[in-house]
Design a binder for this molecule. Structure first.
Ligand SMILES: O=C[C@H](O)COP(=O)(O)O
Length: 246
């Protein structure tokens, strides 16, 4: 039995006063339930959010980490620094980083290893574009992303994977529960090839316009173990409802 996991990816949103109101309101609305929950604010606010989450079960995560441990790399934030700030999770390979920062599968493999070495659980994001889906290449693309980033990983237990079809991110378009389940099932099959035992306990999250109105249907699918939520995680009531639905 996999424990549901719901992760908020604030992306590049938030300011101190907004963050405090959002987290305070979210914690007040959050009902005790089965799901684990993680907030991933922009890295400059990790200290602030760590303080606000201090007496709650909600965990802290980062949106990215460096593939290097330390040194003269201006602007980079290491996995160890994130751990030092209270993070236990880190998102790796979000499609916005693949697209705007040209992050390759090889780079992501190095980030995953670095994250685990620092004691963080990475969430690897994969997903196809609209064109790739229309060309019938969705499974091939996702398989290549998984193998490219995960082939050399030695620990498949401290890991989660988020399937985020690029065409569903921030667009209001959501993969149907059947489309999402089909891809999640495919991902679990690929993971069985890499490590048969941990594939059964590996949590697979869906991301792409998850809202209170579609969360329950998505979470009802056999291989969907939670969500990576962007826009709706900036609304305390909506995000608390999604966590409750898990
Ligand atoms: O990381 C989150 C995903 O990119 C989904 O974003 P969204 O919920 O705004 O579509």
């Amino acid at each position: 039995m996999r424990q549901p996991l719901v992760i908020a990816n604030w992306k590049m949103h938030g300011k101190s006063a907004f963050n405090e109101a959002l987290v305070t309101d979210f914690l007040a609305k959050l009902m005790a339930g089965r799901a684990e929950c993680v907030l991933c604010p922009p890295s400059v606010y990790l200290g602030q959010i760590a303080g606000l989450l201090d007496s709650s079960d909600v965990m802290l995560g980062a949106q990215d980490c460096s593939h290097i441990d330390e040194g003269a790399y201006t602007g980079e934030v290491s996995a160890e620094m994130l751990r030092d700030c209270g993070c236990t999770w880190v998102i790796v390979g979000h499609s916005e980083r693949r697209q705007y920062h040209q992050e390759s599968d090889a780079l992501l493999a190095a980030k995953l290893a670095m994250a685990q070495r620092a004691g963080l659980t990475p969430v690897l994001c994969v997903g196809e574009t609209q064109e790739q889906r229309e060309a019938g290449e969705a499974e091939q693309v996702v398989r290549a992303q998984l193998l490219g980033a995960l082939d050399d990983l030695s620990d498949y237990r401290h890991l989660a994977i988020a399937y985020e079809p690029v065409w569903a991110i921030g667009t209001g378009l959501t993969a149907s529960p059947e489309q999402a389940q089909a891809m999640h099932e495919f991902i679990r099959d690929v993971m069985r090839e890499l490590d048969a035992r941990s594939a059964e306990s590996l949590r697979l999250l869906y991301g792409g316009s998850v809202k209170p109105g579609n969360a329950s249907e998505l979470f009802a699918q056999a291989d969907i173990d939670g969500a990576l939520v962007g826009g709706a995680s900036l609304d305390a009531e909506a995000f608390a409802a999604i966590v409750s639905a898990a």
